[in-house]
Write a protein that binds this ligand. Structure first.
Ligand code: SF4
Length: 75
């Protein structure tokens, strides 16, 4: 299982996470920030549990994110 989380408030809307992991991320037309698909929000952290196959792409998104708000953990 992979846990992906991010601090959405700090997103600058650069789209890099979508470019790296389009199956898991979208850009919001409403506020220009990214959306982690299926994530639940708790105290500003948006978190989703995914299958292991999601690891590589989301790690690439985490590395690409210029404000370093994406965390990926294998559990
Ligand atoms: S890479 Fe980071 S800053 Fe850029 S859209 Fe994704 S979460 Fe936001």
């Amino acid at each position: 299982m992979v846990i992906v989380s991010y601090k959405r408030k700090k997103c600058i809307g650069c789209n890099y996470c979508v470019e790296q992991a389009a199956a898991y991320w979208r850009m919001s037309k409403r506020d220009g920030k990214s959306v982690l698909l299926g994530a639940e929000e708790k105290k500003g952290m948006h978190t989703v549990r995914l299958e292991n196959e999601a690891l590589e792409m989301n790690e690439a998104a985490a590395v690409a994110c210029p404000v370093n708000i994406i965390k990926v953990k294998l559990v």
